[in-house]
Design a binder for this molecule. Structure first.
Ligand code: PLP
Length: 369
């Protein structure tokens, strides 16, 4: 039986804190007593564990997931005069980081899976193209084999925007291990989170790893010598301590994301379009995105019944004012634009309860029947 008048918030981080409160308090207590708030030993330990988890040689933590992308681009000398290809249906930071580096964003339409369509990347490549940034949107990997093949034949870097996809796999490989570098966010709303901003870069390239470590810390080679001008974008020791603990829970949390997704898909597939998963994929459902008709009415109907939903993301990047004010050419990306009109994200997080998931399923089905 489904209970009436339940409240299902789109996200509720306090549930995570309550569950592990004593562990979190002990982490804070011990780091505060140590006094090593910047670059304490937890930072390096966290980097070692992140590299192991993602199956790469190096992980370098930084201040947030936008800086991680900007610093990768800077470290690869990508900037003014260069072009970088990415998808138009992502969070602002995907294009924001490219623009902040000084390079120009070139958008490329997506597939039904919401990820960049490798078949049309070729049309976007010019003499100035330096990199492709596939975004693994919703915790589902882009088609990395095809993307790497195009990049290889044109000598381009592939940088994975894996902010939404930690732990996701494509043909047995973890996201962040398939491109030249991977960019991750540890924002409170990501599958692996900390209690504020945080991010990290993954790579197998030792030269890139060394340069990134320098650039995130003022360009300092050691305490006193600066070999190039850099930035201040380090992960706080407190956040590294929290991240280290949360990383031990990540597989369990991702399994729960997948369980909830399976419940939704089983319960809803007869009435709406649900996300697909191929047998060579292992998706982590950072967002659970359905495609529906009468979306606005459904949003209101669910809200009246206590269920919060969101659209990720309501304004495509090439329609943002920050883009249109400098670009006289109006562009169109038919599939991204079509999907944008029908997509809706349902609540999904490890601490969502089964009865809440059932309540959502029940109400979506009621709306359509
Ligand atoms: C969250 C996110 C980012 C940026 O991460 P921040 O840590 O918030 O700077 C970049 N790209 C995508 C796709 C994201 O979802």
């Amino acid at each position: 039986m489904v209970i009436e008048n339940m409240k299902v918030p789109f996200v509720d981080l306090s549930r995570q804190f309550s569950k592990y409160q004593s562990e979190y308090e002990e982490i804070f207590r011990s780091i505060c007593i140590s006094g090593q708030f910047v670059m304490g030993p937890q930072v390096e330990e966290f980097e070692k564990k992140l590299a192991e988890f993602c199956g790469v040689n190096h992980a370098i933590t930084v201040g947030n997931g936008t800086d991680s992308m900007i610093l990768i681009l800077k470290s690869l000398n990508i900037g003014e005069g260069d072009e970088v290809i990415t998808a138009p249906n992502s969070f602002i930071a995907s294009a924001g980081a490219i623009e902040a580096s000084g390079a120009k964003t070139v958008f490329c339409d997506v597939n039904e899976d919401l990820n960049i369509n490798p078949k049309i990347i070729g049309e976007k490549i010019t003499q100035n193209t330096k990199a492709i940034i596939p975004v693994h949107l919703t915790g589902r990997s882009a088609k990395m084999d095809e993307i790497n093949a195009i990049a290889c034949s044109h000598e381009l870097y592939v940088i994975e925007d894996a902010a939404q996809a930690i732990g996701a796999e494509y043909k047995g490989k973890k996201t962040g291990s398939m491109g030249f570098a991977g960019s991750f966010s540890l924002h409170p709303l990501k599958n692996l989170n900390v209690f504020g901003d945080g991010g990290f870069v993954t790579t197998n390239d030792e030269i890139l790893a060394k340069r990134l470590k320098r650039l995130r810390n003022h360009g300092l080679e050691n305490r006193d010598s600066c070999t190039e001008w850099g930035y201040n974008s380090r992960l706080d020791t407190l956040q590294a301590g929290i991240g280290l603990f949360n990383l031990t829970k990540l597989d369990e949390w991702n399994a729960r994301f997948r369980d909830i997704a399976r419940m939704y898909s089983t319960g809803l597939a007869q009435n709406i379009t649900v996300p697909q998963e191929n047998d060579f994929e292992h998706n982590v459902y950072h967002n659970y995105v359905i495609n529906v008709h009468e979306r606005d009415n459904l949003i209101d109907y669910l809200l009246e019944r206590g269920i919060e939903t969101k659209i990720h993301y309501p304004i495509l990047l090439h329609k943002q004012k920050s883009w249109t004010k400098n670009s006289s050419i109006s562009q169109s990306f038919p599939l991204a634009e079509e999907l944008n009109k029908t997509m809706l994200s349902l609540p999904i997080y490890p601490f969502l309860r089964n009865e809440e998931v059932e309540y959502v399923i029940d109400n979506v089905n009621k709306f359509y029947t």
